[in-house]
Write a protein that binds this ligand. Sequence first.
Ligand SMILES: Cc1ncc(COP(=O)(O)O)c(C=O)c1O
Length: 389
Amino acid sequence: MTIYDFDRVIDRRGTDSIKIDNVKAMFGKENLLPMWVADMDFETPPCIIEAAMEKIKQPVWGYTKPSNSYWKSIQQWLKRKHALDVNPDELGFVGGIVPGLSFAVNALTEKNDGIIIQPPVYPPFHSVVRHSKRELLFNPLIEDNQQFSMNFAHLPTLLKNKPKMLILCNPHNPGGKVWSKEELISLADFCFDNDILVISDEIHADLTLPGYKHTPFASVSEKARMNSITFMAPSKTFNMAGVASSFYYIQNPTIRKKFQDFVLGNDLTGGHLFAYATTQAAFEKGEEWLLQVLVYINENIKFVETYLKKYLPKIKMMRPEASFLIWLDFSETGLSHDQVVEKLKSEAGLALNDGISFGKEGTMHMRLNIGTSRSIVEEALRRMKAAFV
Ligand SMILES: Cc1ncc(COP(=O)(O)O)c(C=O)c1O
């Protein structure tokens, strides 16, 4: 068994990484500790880099197609990790999940149609709908005692706007909420009964932390299975977001045909030279790395939890059940939202995601990315303490 060293700090400067090399452009300041964009600072698993190297060594870099073993690796992963039986013809490639969301919106709704999202939620859920000139309908999550739940009392009030689609973040970003089967069944019933197609973004599914289990939306009921499009990817899981290799599965043939007509009609189906081989390597050979990284992330979360309780009790955290992103609540600090943002940047020297970018429900919140070496997490918290105590 290989033991991976997640304590090793890798200097990512000068690699054109958005997280590192865009800090100045985004925050107007150099040298902030980058704890924002959702990729991890750990080395991408060697088996994936080796698969890319094999492709680099290829003498001719021509058009590349997905092989049968690529599809099989996805099918087997879904079966093994999520108890899902998906036929190869129900699967398809997309070059990124956000593009996939946009294709779904454009293929399956019309201009000005209502699309429900549940803020605070990943900013592109807002922007994809807005830029596609659809109407955003909000069903804000309930945040109670550092826990999110879906607001099933509010959801029916949106029916007057005749929603056509709901985009679900499963597990949820920010906050790392792993939705329960019961919640997903209720959502599936509501959407099916009201003719609202569910787009389930499950990019964080494989990052559920020890003690939690992901429930694929499509698996919870027949209503869910026949009324959904699911997007997944190895990108977050194996720290290979720069490869832009994702996939969908659609079990309802009518929905699938509409989606596929759109992607085929716009020639959006193909991946680049590295997309398929790296994904296959991740699913076939990456599991040992994944199990270890999840333990490490979980220890980072515990570290933050203990540190905040001890030194910064007015900053509350939502304990993630999946992924490496911590939703911090600054409401008890007595500061305004803008003061918190400014203090983090100018006094603590930290780059965190502004909670408001997830929707106005994110006021007084910030998102902290702890997918990094423990020493960096420690440094971030030391800086926070110096600024806030
Ligand atoms: C919920 C969610 N969906 C999609 C993405 C990005 O997907 P992609 O890079 O494949 O477009 C992210 C990245 O943080 C995310 O959190």
